[in-house]
Design a protein around this ligand. Structure first.
Ligand SMILES: [Zn+2]
Length: 495
């Protein structure tokens, strides 16, 4: 492409706290009734004073630490002045001069994206425009909810990179329990600064005019909105026009960005240090305590699962995405170690066996178990299979004591009743046939019925053998030991 896009992001995240940012009103994103979680403070009544929510401050600093930011010793809140019907105070308490977190980064597929700052502010109310009406309604339940803003450097050069970054950030926020970061619910809102510049052969990069896009409220909108804006700017430049510095809104329905207003600068808001709140001083001890609360993050987990269990990319991705599934997997693996130790009178599991067991365990979780769960999770109360029973199930497959067909039946029954697998196998008469004379008897019956296939095999058609194995397995209702079937069939056919 003759043009290089340069993209920076501003991401707002509603924090999951018990109460609002500066008052004790409930912070409840699910409240449907308008204007119930309000009080004189968040309604901006004269004479009221804000009180800082410590939980919100800790959450922002925790995010900053997880994103490799520096946490300055001092910070403060600032007042951003503007009028809008959803902002009862006539100003928003935000942070301009001394934000909580500075100069971090997040690596996405090996590329480092710099994070300029993460700061804390309060959300506004919500305007509702009833269809066909010539009036608007306002709901203040959201007014004063703690809102975190993360600003990146303009380090992105494609939509694809932006999408991956936003997804990884969402996952990190969920691991940290900072926010559910559900874009459809408005808990995470993305704005992008987009500019394009001509690709110069000497490699010097001159930034083009910056356009800000708002309303990117889903992953699809992020992708389509930025793609559209890049294309629009390239076309303007190609036809010799100029790109105006402005704010544009993404319209999901028309699939276009629409000019909203000329971009304001910070000085338009007459920011000044918030006089009703003291500056904050964070001691190293306070920061350290927060650091200790940070759990293993998605990328660390991916690396560990690759090293410890040698799983494939697909399994690693799924386990990094779902903590419920990965926690269950790890509990099962630890039960397996104990199980085998007991089975073999304290003999340890070799590394090679452990990796094989991990693969079987992961495969059955990803395919069969996930299919049966139908979107549910092993963390649900109704989920009856204990890690101990699942470990036994994996061991039975590993030892070829049950075929994959029987395994499916056993797993279904385990999910229904919570019983242990060996109990189900006995109860349902699913014990594997290992008696070779009995297997031979079934094979002979199958061969009589499939004379033509036998002929094909003898003429050199290898696939005929697999067909016959399948027939024998079906006739034994999945109970024959597949390895024995294969072995005996070959012997009989070459006689
Ligand atoms: Zn309030």
């Amino acid at each position: 492409m003759a043009y290089i896009p340069t993209i920076g992001l501003e991401i707002h995240v509603e924090l999951k706290t018990k109460s609002k940012m500066f008052c004790s009103c409930l912070n409840d994103a699910d409240e449907k009734k308008p204007n119930v979680n309000i009080c004189p403070v968040c309604m901006g009544h004269p004479g009221t004073l804000p009180v800082i929510n410590e939980e919100a401050v800790k959450k922002v600093i925790k995010t900053g630490l997880a994103l490799n930011c520096k946490i300055p010793e001092y910070s403060q809140f600032d007042r951003k002045n503007y009028f809008y019907p959803d902002l009862p105070k006539g100003y928003q308490i935000s942070q301009l001069y001394e934000p909580f977190c500075l100069n971090g980064f997040l690596k996405v597929e090996g590329r480092k994206i710099s994070i300029r700052e993460v700061h804390l502010e309060e959300d506004t109310g919500k305007l509702i425009h009833p269809e066909g009406g010539n009036y608007s309604l306002v709901d203040f339940n959201r007014a004063g909810v703690p809102l975190m803003e993360l600003v990146t450097e303009p380090d992105f050069t494609s939509c694809e990179e932006v999408k991956k970054f936003v997804k990884e950030l969402q996952l990190i926020l969920r691991y940290l329990d900072i926010s559910d970061a559900d874009m459809e619910k408005g808990q995470m809102r993305v704005e992008a600064n987009v500019s394009v510049s001509k690709n110069s052969p000497v490699g010097e990069k001159k930034l083009g005019t910056k356009v800000e896009i708002k309303n990117l409220n889903s992953f699809r909108a992020v992708e389509k909105g930025i793609e559209y804006e890049i294309e629009r700017q390239v076309q303007l430049l190609e036809s010799g026009d100029k790109v105006a510095q402005e704010t544009r809104g993404w319209d999901d329905v028309s699939g276009k960005t629409v000019s909203q207003r000329e971009k304001e600068s910070a000085h338009d808001y007459r920011y000044f240090p918030e006089p009703d709140l003291p500056p904050l001083h964070h001691s190293p001890k306070f920061i350290n305590e927060i650091k200790l609360e940070i759990p293993e993050l998605p990328q660390q987990k991916r690396e560990r699962f690759g090293k410890e269990y040698e799983l494939g990319d697909k399994a690693i991705e799924l386990f990094s995405f779902s903590r419920d599934l990965s926690d269950y997997f790890e509990k099962t693996m630890s039960e397996l170690r104990n199980w085998i130790k007991e089975e073999r009178a304290k003999e340890k599991v070799s590394r090679e066996e452990f990796i094989k067991l991990a693969k079987i365990c992961a495969n059955y979780m990803i395919t069969d178990l996930q299919g049966l769960l139908k979107g549910g999770s092993p963390a649900d109360e109704k989920f009856l299979i204990t890690p101990e029973n699942f470990a036994e199930f994996v061991y039975l497959i590993y030892e070829s004591k049950i075929s994959s067909k029987i395994a499916k039946l056993v797993l279904e029954e385990m999910l229904k009743t919570g019983a242990d697998p060996s109990h189900i196998i006995k109860e349902k008469g699913l014990v594997q046939i290992t008696d070779e004379t009995e297997i031979e008897k079934i094979i002979k019956e199958v061969l009589i019925k499939n004379q033509k296939v036998v002929g094909d095999y003898k003429k050199g058609k290898e696939t005929a053998l697999q067909y016959l194995v399948g027939q024998v397995m079906a006739r034994s209702k999945g109970k024959a030991n597949p390895q024995s079937v294969q072995k005996i069939l070959k012997i009989i056919l070459t006689r």
